[in-house]
Design a protein around this ligand. Structure first.
Ligand SMILES: Cc1cc2nc3c(=O)[nH]c(=O)nc-3n(C[C@H](O)[C@H](O)[C@H](O)COP(=O)(O)O)c2cc1C
Length: 196
């Protein structure tokens, strides 16, 4: 089994000193298909999401947690786009990230997707701190998942996060193996800050 042993190559090349979980977080596709993430660890990363800030403290995030080997995992995996199905089956857990886009009276929650994203960001950083890895996905059939889990009309499936333990890079198809070890890149701060 070939792990991405040189994890230093995955570390972010930051222009300022950041806390370790931010520097070390990256999105692998090679997960160990036998590794199990225990329920307590899942609870810990969800707790990080729970304490994210949100507009008016509305906490408009909901999660479906599907452990590998369960019917829920099969359902979530089945809704992924093919290019994600090819690797995400090895993750220990698939978390469906859901935004409550309107309140109980039908009043829109305009920041629901923003708030959900922030909660998921918290989850990913906590997972990194726990020694786990995450990979978020937008490539899936949201309406199919909405139907499969009988979600209410005011809930929208926005993204899916894999949680797992690093696995064998050689288990990936060639094109994904190349991406797994390719240099990580970002725009410069000068490109991002307008009017600086
Ligand atoms: C909202 C969102 C959707 C994404 N969708 C996919 C996806 O469908 N498939 C995939 O392999 N990666 C997906 N990614 C992962 C990104 O490609 C990855 O985060 C980006 O290339 C930066 O790499 P890093 O996370 O390793 O820093 C997604 C990430 C986010 C935040």
């Amino acid at each position: 089994m070939t792990l991405v042993t040189d994890l230093t190559s995955r570390r972010a090349d930051t222009s300022a000193a950041l806390i370790d979980p931010l520097v070390d977080r990256w999105s692998p596709r090679a997960f160990d298909p036998n590794a199990v993430v225990d329920p307590e660890s899942v609870r810990t990363v969800l707790e990080a999401a729970r304490w994210a800030p949100s507009a008016n403290n509305s906490q408009p995030w909901r999660f479906i947690v599907a452990h590998r080997g369960t019917p829920a995992f099969t359902t979530v995996h089945g809704a992924l786009a093919g290019f994600n199905q090819a690797w995400a089956d090895s993750a220990a857990v698939l978390v469906v990230n859901i935004a409550e886009v309107a309140d109980a009276e039908g009043k829109p929650r305009p920041w629901a997707r923003y708030d959900l994203g922030q909660a998921v960001a918290h989850l990913t950083v906590q997972a990194q701190h726990e020694g786990l890895h995450t990979h978020q996905m937008g490539g899936f059939d949201g309406p199919a998942l909405h139907d499969a889990f009988g979600l209410a009309d005011n809930l929208e499936v926005v993204s899916i996060t894999t949680i797992g333990v690093l696995g064998d890079v050689d288990s990936l198809p060639d094109v994904l193996r190349e991406r797994e070890i390719a240099p990580r890149q970002r725009k410069t701060l000068d490109e991002l800050v307008i009017g600086a």
